[in-house]
Structures are given as structure tokens and as C-alpha cells.
Design a binder for this molecule. Structure first.
Ligand SMILES: Nc1nc2c(ncn2[C@@H]2O[C@H](COP(=O)(O)OP(=O)(O)OP(=O)(O)O)[C@@H](O)[C@H]2O)c(=O)[nH]1
Ligand SMILES: [Mg+2]
Length: 344
């Protein structure tokens, strides 16, 4: 699947068709009254969230979405045809931003949500509308209302329940592959993962979605490595899973680096519930494991779990820990979501 999480899109709604000036012309009716029809409405541009999409890649190939104008009205009271609406289909979790890339126009988080981005212009009234007691033969009709031009940005923030964090090579993709249906690329060099991958995992009969994102290094917030922009994709997660490579020379330093990047990223990312795991323990003997674990716990200031994505030792326990955080978070969110008023 090709991935794109930011797209600039030009939209334009259709203008309304003009109203028509026309008079009845029939045999034996000398001064037929006005019969000019109204113009049709211009097409509107909408955005709709659909299921099963995890990328904005379609918007790389098409950036212009112009709805058709309404047709002008015609004689014999015929209304012009409306321009068809256009619907942009986007994945759940897409933010719609104004041209400045800052003002959020909408944030669509439910499947099937539909938002009007640019309303089509109304058609103009035909002269039939202007007939009055004093003017039986109006020569007046309205022009159609103009369409609206707009430039918007679409920014996708994937919706996952748990987000994977760690330095390059920490074993994030290996863990995702071991626990889910996802088949991310895995290799022993840094930055194997270049864009987020999602996988559905199951534990104890529950299912949830994990997002694997590219590794972070010190200075990622200043653009080092491949930067920290993919952290946006774990902003909505209930819990972060921080993997620390147990075979690293500096387990505490690796831990600190990631926390530092979370803090530098800002928002509430650093305050999110986190599960910290010492990974690759299959490659450590007992003493090494104990030492690395003690070092990591000291640095983190809390208990850490141990796991091997390769041998799968400890994997189920980690999934259970994630699940419990996710459940708690969903319970916390529920009442709030239910009372949220619908805003068009
Ligand atoms: N011994 C051992 N090696 C592992 C384990 N998990 C991953 N590896 C190895 O570590 C290397 C990196 O694994 P990846 O899963 O690609 O790591 P990543 O965190 O996704 O790396 P990036 O995508 O580059 O950020 C690969 O050579 C894996 O085979 C583990 O549990 N034990
Ligand atoms: Mg990876």
C-alpha cells in the first residue's frame, strides 16, 4: 500500500445557472405572461469518510475537484439542471485544514461522516418569479450565485489503539509482524520502516489496532533521521508501546532519547499511558537480562516488561498490558463522546 498522509487539494463548487427571461408564445394568446424558468443549482463539494482506507494516496493523482455549474433556466418554466455534487472520499482520521495549514475546518473520526466543504451556488430566478400586480411582463431575471473556490489540506492521522515507539532497529516491525496480520518490512538496518503500518492484533478474544511508525533518533524533532512527523499517527492512540532494544550498549540512553523526542514533539504525547518493554531478550543471557532490566527500570522510574518479538517470549503479556490500557481509555472516553453535540 502506498502511503500519503498530507495532500493539498483544490476544490470549487459549481455556480448556479442564470434565470431565464422568456414569455409564453402560443397561438391565439397575444400577450402570454412570463415563463422563464430558474437556473439549476451548482454542484457542492463534500468530504466523506469511508472504511478500509489508510492513506490519502489517491490525492496524489488528482488534486482538483471542480463541481459542475447549474444549467440556465429556459422558457416554458423549465428549471435548469442542477450540477452534480462531488464527494471526496477520505480515510477515518483525516483532518481538513484551511489553506494556511493551521485552521482545522473539520476532523472526521467516524465512518460515514459527511461534511460540506463548498456549497454550490443557487440558481437565479427566472422572470416568472418577478411577475407582480404592477408588472405583468417583467424582463428581469437573476444571475446564478457564484461557486466557491477553496484550497484545503487533508492531513491523515491514523486511528490506532496502540502506537509503537522506539529507536530504529528496536524491533517494532518484528513485533507487529509477530502479533498481527500486517507484514511490514523487517531488516537489520535503521529506518527500514519509512511510513506507518497498521495491524490488527487479537488477545483473549479482544481485537485492537497497533500502529508501527518509523524509528526515532535524537534530534528527530529537528528533522534528523526521518524526523518526527509520523508521531502524528500515534497522537490518537490510547497507549504507546515503547520498545527498547535489550542488546543495545546504552539501554538507559536509548530510553531517554525517545522520551526526549516525545517531549519535544509537544501536545499530550509524553503524558499518554505507556508500556515500556525491554525487547530482544532471546539474545541475552540471564545476567545480561537482569542488568539491562535494572538499568532501564532505574531510568524509567517504573517496572518494565521483557519480551522477544522473535521467540515470542513475553509477547502475550505485553498485548494484555496494552489491552488493559486501551479498555481503560475507551471507558474514560465513552461518556464524553456520547454527549458531544453534533456540529455541522
Ligand atoms: N534477537 C532478536 N532480534 C530481533 C528481535 N526483534 C527484532 N530483531 C531484529 O532487529 C532488527 C530490526 O528489526 P525491525 O523489526 O526491523 O526493527 P524496527 O524497530 O522496525 O526498525 P526501523 O523500522 O528501522 O525503525 C532485525 O534484524 C530483526 O530481525 C528480537 O526479539 N530478538
Ligand atoms: Mg520497522
Amino acid at each position: 500500500m502506498k502511503f500519503l498522509d498530507l495532500a493539498k487539494v483544490y476544490i470549487r463548487s459549481g455556480g448556479g445557472g442564470g434565470g431565464c427571461v422568456s414569455f409564453r408564445r402560443e397561438k391565439y394568446i397575444e400577450y402570454g405572461g412570463p415563463d422563464g424558468g430558474d437556473g439549476g443549482k451548482g454542484g457542492s463539494v463534500w468530504i466523506e469518510t469511508v472504511d478500509g482506507l489508510n492513506t490519502l494516496i489517491d490525492f496524489r493523482y488528482q488534486q482538483h475537484f471542480f463541481a459542475k455549474n447549474g444549467q440556465p433556466g429556459r422558457g416554458q418554466q423549465r428549471t435548469g439542471k442542477d450540477g452534480d455534487d462531488i464527494i471526496l472520499r477520505v480515510p477515518v482520521g483525516t483532518e481538513i485544514l484551511d489553506e494556511d495549514q493551521e485552521t482545522v475546518i473539520a476532523d472526521v473520526t467516524e465512518v460515514g461522516e459527511r461534511i460540506l466543504l463548498a456549497k454550490g451556488g443557487n440558481g437565479g430566478f427566472g422572470n416568472l418569479h418577478f411577475k407582480s400586480a404592477t408588472n405583468q411582463a417583467p424582463r428581469r431575471a437573476n444571475a446564478g450565485q457564484e461557486g466557491v473556490d477553496r484550497t484545503i489540506w487533508l492531513r491523515l492521522k491514523l486511528i490506532a489503539d496502540a502506537g509503537l515507539l522506539g529507536m530504529p532497529n528496536a524491533g517494532k516491525s518484528t513485533f507487529l509482524a509477530a502479533t498481527s496480520n500486517a507484514r511490514p518490512k523487517i531488516a537489520d538496518y535503521p529506518f527500514t520502516t519509512l511510513h506507518p503500518n497498521l495491524g490488527v492484533v487479537g488477545v483473549d478474544g479482544a481485537e485492537f489496532v497497533i500502529a508501527d511508525i518509523p524509528g526515532l533518533i535524537a534530534g528527530a524533532h529537528e528533522g534528523r533521521g526521518i524526523g518526527d512527523r509520523f508521531l502524528g499517527h500515534v497522537e490518537r492512540c490510547s497507549v504507546l508501546l515503547h520498545l527498547v532494544d535489550g542488546t543495545s550498549e546504552d539501554v538507559a540512553g536509548d530510553y531517554r532519547t525517545i522520551i526526549g523526542e516525545l517531549e519535544a514533539y509537544g501536545g499530550h504525547l509524553a503524558d499518554k499511558p505507556r508500556v515500556t518493554v525491554l525487547n530482544k531478550v532471546d539474545a541475552l543471557d540471564d545476567d545480561e537480562l537482569e542488568a539491562a532490566k535494572a538499568e532501564l527500570e532505574q531510568e524509567a522510574g517504573h517496572k518494565v516488561m521483557t519480551m522477544s518479538g522473535v521467540s515470542r517470549l513475553g509477547v502475550t503479556e505485553v498485548l494484555r498490558a496494552l489491552r488493559s490500557e486501551i479498555t481503560e481509555d475507551r471507558l474514560r472516553l465513552k461518556p464524553q463522546e456520547e454527549t458531544k453535540p453534533w456540529q455541522p
